[in-house]
Design a protein around this ligand. Structure first.
Ligand code: NI
Length: 177
């Protein structure tokens, strides 16, 4: 595995649409593993292909599905061609960061629940029924594959916040993607 360089705003690659992966080959598996290593080293909890300059529809996610229950085990996903199959009507506003937009967080309205269809690391079709934080993460990541950043979806003009000095950041807002 190898660390990849994370691309930052305003790099135009972040605004391009990523291509569907035709087949999950060993090269794609290596890419997914590099992404997981890069994400963990950042440290971050989610990363999409375009964020390392790769315009392929691949994402990695490692989150606690319910941040209110810190003892629960992290869920780790390496997903190929993820797409949202179903979106809840119910929405909620929540805070998001992005590894490509360091130093900021923003408040974004997202669907509370989504069903996501994808291929896993072995190329097998899977479906994830996500709620709450995991649902938010998946929506944020799939947006990256379409060149959309959370900045485009801010809940209002005053909803982008610059982070204070690192020491002052509460642990939960350090979550970046
Ligand atoms: Ni992001």
């Amino acid at each position: 595995m190898a660390l990849r360089e994370i691309v930052l705003v305003p790099d135009p690659v972040l605004r391009r649409k990523a291509k569907k992966v035709a087949k999950v080959t060993p090269a794609i598996q290596r890419l997914l593993d590099d992404m997981a290593e890069t994400m963990r080293a950042a440290p971050g909890v989610w990363l999409a292909g375009p964020q390392i300059g790769v315009l392929q529809r691949v994402i990695v996610v490692e989150v606690q599905p319910d941040p209110d229950k810190p003892d629960t085990q992290h869920e780790f996903y390496q997903l190929v061609n993820p797409e949202i199959a179903k979106t809840s009507q119910e929405t909620e506003e929540g805070s998001e960061g992005c590894l490509s937009i360091p130093g900021y967080v923003g408040d974004v309205v997202r669907a509370v629940a989504v069903d996501v269809k994808a291929l896993d690391r072995s190329g097998k079709p899977i479906k994830i029924k996500a709620r709450g934080f995991l649902a938010r993460v998946l929506q944020h990541e799939i947006d990256h594959l379409d060149g959309i950043l959370y900045l485009d979806r801010l809940a209002g003009p005053d909803k982008l916040h610059q982070l204070p000095e690192d020491d002052a950041i509460p642990e939960e807002t350090k979550v970046v993607a």
